[in-house]
Design a protein around this ligand. Sequence first.
Ligand SMILES: [Zn+2]
Length: 95
Amino acid sequence: MGDLRSAALAYVRAGQVRAHTVATPPGAPAPVLVVATVHGHNGRYQIVYDATRPPEDRWSCPCRHSDLCPHIAAVGLWAGHPGLAARTIPERTRL
Ligand SMILES: [Zn+2]
């Protein structure tokens, strides 16, 4: 599933990630709140990252084609969560 990481990197490199809100507390290694728009191949997606939510609910993207989509991975790369893009797609989405 290198495609996910490649797509995410492509979005970041092409400047297709536009953050509207980024909140990083003093001394924190990464933002606790990110609201960003990713210009994807099929439209624009608003991605929200909220570190105050449970781990499985922290990221949301309206495309919803998996738990981790290229849009979320792109914002993750952009915002300093590179591990997200390295994660593989969960088994249950490969139906
Ligand atoms: Zn998405």
